[in-house]
Design a protein around this ligand. Structure first.
Ligand code: PLP
Length: 411
């Protein structure tokens, strides 16, 4: 008798995006002439930078030659990729890393999920609310939680509200926790944490032998000087933090697939018998056993992101999205709508006007402006009354959507 992993039955059905799809489809069917603009997506839309595309093509050609053919590479990724990321992206921040502390992968979603392999089940986990759902659901899947309550909070997880009152940087938990998920710049709120705010978390983690999982998927979108791009810019973070990065949003790799995890050598956990043990060693063991490396052409393309030409072109694409974010932000403000984010992240988190619920605002925005966004309540109970707009769209469409919103809500 093959028994299933019953923990999966505790998961709530993936409700948010199917429900959005259903409502948009119904509206489009009833209003065939409506020009619907979609600002709900969390996916990039611009093509790869030409220099990155060329490196990708060249690497594929390598595979067709006998002298440049590449088979299995190192499970941890090629050193030439880790080293260029360290030199071009971490060193300028004043962060020194060794290639042995960096593990190249096929994306951050898998990394955020897989990292749980090297942590005992009885660790207490703290997760943001609202949040990127992967952190929550993967903890349910491994069996770290009980059932969800009516609000959607799982028993055993400590939820940290991201609210206007705390400036979207959560307060330290009252109970002792062992693992803390932080994502800055944040999805869905688009907000960031200052060095001082992150220091508070690093100090907490070091004082409590806790580990921070720092998701930096949007670090390349930071425009404000002084906002940390990496948790390791904070003193003491190498003793308590694992960092995740992705080429997905930075360089348009959502379909190409490449990410990385940094596990510093100083990072220690505790064994059942109370001794200290290296998480880097454990993650290396896990990686070499369960993964055979990101594909060779993908790693070549990723390295080209950090070439002079590749970065110049990639940065132009990021600037294009961030100009969209500015247009949305300024448009909403002109319409008298309170909003956050959109300065250091490609998401704008708006407070629904007239006290509407997230889903009522969704329906109103769709029926009256023909614009689609994402209800904040879909990311967690504290997202109720908020709404996410994404800057990953076509400029003309973003401008048009903002004009419609201004016409509807502007005075
Ligand atoms: C998009 C995103 C990622 C990146 O996921 P990939 O698997 O690398 O595409 C990671 N974290 C957050 C919060 C994201 O929004």
């Amino acid at each position: 008798m093959a028994r299933i992993n019953d923990n999966y039955l505790k998961l709530k059905a993936g409700y948010l995006f199917p429900e959005i799809g259903r409502r948009v489809k119904a509206f489009a069917a009833a209003n065939p002439g409506a020009q619907i603009i979609r600002l709900g997506i969390g996916d990039v839309t611009r093509p790869l930078a030409p220099a990155v595309l060329k490196a990708f093509h060249d690497a594929v050609d390598d595979l067709g030659t006998s002298d440049r053919f590449a088979g299995y590479g190192p499970e941890q990724g090629y050193d030439w990729l880790s080293q260029v990321i360290i030199d071009k992206s971490y060193k300028p921040l004043g962060v020194e890393l060794k290639a042995s502390e960096m593990f190249i992968s096929d994306g951050s979603k898998c990394d955020c999920a897989n990292i749980l392999d090297i942590f005992a089940l009885d660790n207490v986990v703290a997760i943001g609310d609202p949040v990127y759902p992967v952190y929550n659901d993967t903890n349910v899947m491994v069996g770290r939680t009980g059932e969800a309550d009516a609000k959607g909070y799982y028993k055993g997880i400590v939820y940290m509200p991201f609210t206007e009152e705390n400036n979207f940087v959560p307060d330290l938990p009252k109970e002792k926790v062992d693992i803390i998920y932080l994502c800055f710049p944040n999805n869905p709120t688009g907000t960031v944490a200052s060095k001082d705010e992150l220091k508070k978390w690093v100090d907490y983690a070091n004082a409590n032998d806790a580990i921070i999982f720092f998701d930096a998927a949007y670090e390349a979108f930071i425009t404000t000087p002084g906002i940390p791009h990496s948790i390791y810019e904070i003193e003491g973070a190498k003793k308590c933090a694992i960092e995740f990065r992705s080429f997905s949003k930075t360089a348009g790799f959502t379909g190409v697939r490449c990410g990385l995890v940094v596990v510093p050598e100083e990072l220690m956990g505790t064994t059942a018998s109370g001794e200290k043990y290296s998480f880097n060693k454990l993650w290396n063991r896990r990686t070499t056993t369960k993964f055979n490396g990101a594909s060779y052409p993908v790693q070549k393309a990723a390295a080209a992101v950090y070439s002079d030409e590749g970065w110049k072109q990639t940065k132009e694409i990021i600037d294009y999205y961030m100009d969209n974010a500015r247009i949305i932000r300024e448009g909403l403000k002109a319409a008298g709508i309170t909003c956050y984010g959109g300065v250091d992240a490609p998401y704008i988190w708006l407070k629904t006007p007239e006290g509407l619920s997230s889903w009522d605002f969704f329906d109103k925005l769709l029926s009256e402006c023909h614009v689609v966004g994402t209800p904040g309540s879909g990311f967690g109970p504290s997202g109720e009354g908020y709404f996410r707009l994404s800057a990953f769209g076509d400029k003309e469409k973003v401008v048009e959507a903002v004009e419609r919103i201004k016409k509807k809500w502007g005075k």
